[in-house]
Design a protein around this ligand. Structure first.
Ligand code: FES
Length: 154
């Protein structure tokens, strides 16, 4: 059983749509925002609420790189590694994150504050190189600006 406040939100999403399964992405985002990842027990509950087979929900989670079944952190930094950001030197951004936080892709800081994830195009190519912290999108301008942004996420 999930915490009542999370359960309530999932039911609200499921009941909002004519067909419950249409709420699948909203429900998965809700779970990830709550736990910092998608734990197996929550995946099972989402499948129950939406009336879907568990493997269907698992396939959706596997398909989208925005969903994370690995080690959780309080905040997720998602760095775009698609072609435009790659050409605009996303490596400088990754290096600055490693320098400041001591983590590489797929790793979590020792204090559990940040996890670094490489993702495909975030749809903001004109701002490349681009990264997100939780649901906020940023252009990488300089190391100093990056550190200032990260300091807002405690
Ligand atoms: Fe990075 Fe599109 S290629 S945001």
């Amino acid at each position: 059983m999930l915490p009542p406040e999370l359960e309530q939100k999932l039911l609200e999403h499921a009941n909002y749509f004519p067909r419950r399964e249409q709420a699948i992405l909203l429900c998965l985002h809700e779970v990830q925002d709550y736990y910092g990842n998608i734990p197996p027990f929550a995946l099972e509950r989402v499948a129950q609420i939406l009336g879907l087979p568990l493997n269907h929900v698992e396939n959706v989670v596997s398909f989208y790189d925005m969903f994370d079944r690995g080690e959780p952190a309080r905040h997720r930094i998602r760095v775009c590694v698609s072609i435009v950001c790659n050409l605009m030197n996303k490596q400088r951004l990754l290096d600055a994150i490693r320098k400041h936080l001591g983590i590489g892709v797929g790793e979590v800081t020792k204090d559990g504050r940040f996890k670094l994830i490489a993702v495909q195009c975030l749809g903001a190519c004109s701002e490349a190189p681009v990264f997100m912290v939780d649901n906020d999108t940023y252009k990488f301008e300089s190391e100093e600006k990056l550190y200032e942004i990260l300091s807002k996420y405690t």
